[in-house]
Design a protein around this ligand. Structure first.
Ligand code: FES
Ligand SMILES: [Fe+2]
Length: 386
């Protein structure tokens, strides 16, 4: 029996060369996604997470993190309802005793039926995990498609001396509302009242439009695939006018601060944004929009700064707590979060993808949609959740 498709096929057929992106409502399979910070998972602890519509169990055993489907093979119940771990590397279903090894997913015993023929012959789904820069990454995809983590993170993120700090929270919108809000050059407009501007060394315009040559694709065989937008090749707008009358003056009024030529954004598969020189020169913001299900994403916000001495690390950690977290990740990005949540209903039934009316600078967003369609390594479907 054929299943109801996840995305309206009529809409998918209308969008042309970014159809794959529209179909990826649950995200792209066969990519690495950050799911928690390493410090959030202690040795022996179990954490239940959601990723691309699948519910998974994470466990740290002898320092290493493992991820397993949170669904018993016997009758489909969540193991996490009452996790029974009689040995450190197994979990036993609370219902009838099916017991699985975390490292392999293998059904090693059925406590209530020790001589079952199934033992050693069946496996629950497991996914590879890796830790980098204080984050736990899970590869959600097929065994034969696993590739190096470096192909799924923005350039520079894994640099040796980069210290990374951050936070995460659940946002009530599809992951694509997150990705597009982040990469949207025009949306700087909503940040005009942000308190962050008091802590920065340069101004935000009200808006800016990419000039020819500003937006480029990065498609190297060996690295991540993304779209870069260079703000030094933009035309900024400082005053907002209606009928020829200035109604808003941009923060340009603060002439002591100039603009930073080094600002620019880039977006990478499977949905991670890099913002150069943000929230100030010397710091880079990296943020992921990790699909949880069709309607929610995990917003993983991180800031990276090169620190070569212990004193630099301490200073960055202090500044992160006193400045960048409250005014940047909470305050400034709080604007982004509510914008995504308010945008969500328009796209929820898929018709937003054809009913939207984009304008000139939104070509950057279209380039991202096309790139994602071209290079996404597989679309997560309802079938994959079975
Ligand atoms: S449902 Fe898990 S052992 Fe029966
Ligand atoms: Fe923003």
């Amino acid at each position: 029996m054929s299943e109801e498709p996840l995305v309206n096929p009529e809409v998918a057929a209308m969008v042309g060369d970014w159809r794959g992106y529209v179909e990826a409502k649950l995200g792209f399979r066969n990519h690495w996604y950050p799911v928690r910070f390493s410090k959030e998972l202690d040795e022996g602890a179990i954490e239940v997470i959601q990723l691309l519509g699948e519910r998974l169990l994470l466990k740290r055993i002898d320092g290493k993190v493992y991820a397993m489907r949170d669904r018993c093979l016997h009758r489909g119940v969540p193991l996490s309802r009452k996790p029974d771990c009689y040995t450190k590397d197994t979990i036993t279903c609370w219902y009838h005793g099916y017991t699985y090894r975390f490292q392999t997913g293998e059904l090693v015993n059925i406590l209530a039926v020790p001589d079952s023929r199934l033992c050693g012959r069946r496996k629950i789904v497991t996914y590879p995990c890796e830790e980098a820069k204080g984050l736990i990454f899970v590869f959600l995809g097929d065994e034969d498609k696993v590739h190096e983590l470096k192909k799924d993170v923005p350039p520079g993120f894994l640099d040796e001396d980069l210290m990374v700090l951050g936070k995460h929270r659940v946002v009530e919108s599809n992951w694509r509302m997150g990705a597009e809000n982040g990469f949207d050059t025009l949306h700087i407009f909503i940040h005009k009242d942000s308190t962050l501007r008091h802590f920065r060394e340069f101004n935000f315009p009200l808006g800016h439009t990419p000039l020819p040559g500003a937006v480029t694709r990065v498609e190297d065989e060996d690295g991540p695939k993304g779209v870069e937008d260079d703000f030094s090749k933009h035309h900024p707008v400082w005053d907002g006018e209606i009928d020829g009358q200035v109604v808003i003056r941009g923060p340009k009024l603060d002439k002591v601060k100039g603009t930073s030529a080094s600002v620019g954004t880039s977006i990478w598969l499977p949905g991670v944004l890099k913002v150069n020189s943000f929230p100030m020169p010397g710091i880079t913001q990296f943020e992921w929009y990790v699909p949880l299900d069709e309607k929610r994403h995990l917003y993983v916000q991180t800031l990276g700064q090169v620190c070569t001495t212990e004193q630099e690390r301490v200073d960055f950690a202090n500044k992160f707590e006193t400045h960048w977290k409250p005014h940047g990740l909470d305050g400034f990005n709080g604007d982004d979060i509510w914008a995504r949540e308010v945008t969500e209903p328009f796209y929820a039934d898929d018709y937003g993808w054809v009913d939207e009316m984009l304008c000139e600078p939104d070509t950057t967003i279209l380039e991202w949609r096309r790139l994602a369609s071209d290079h996404g390594r597989g679309i997560q479907t309802k079938q994959d959740l079975r």
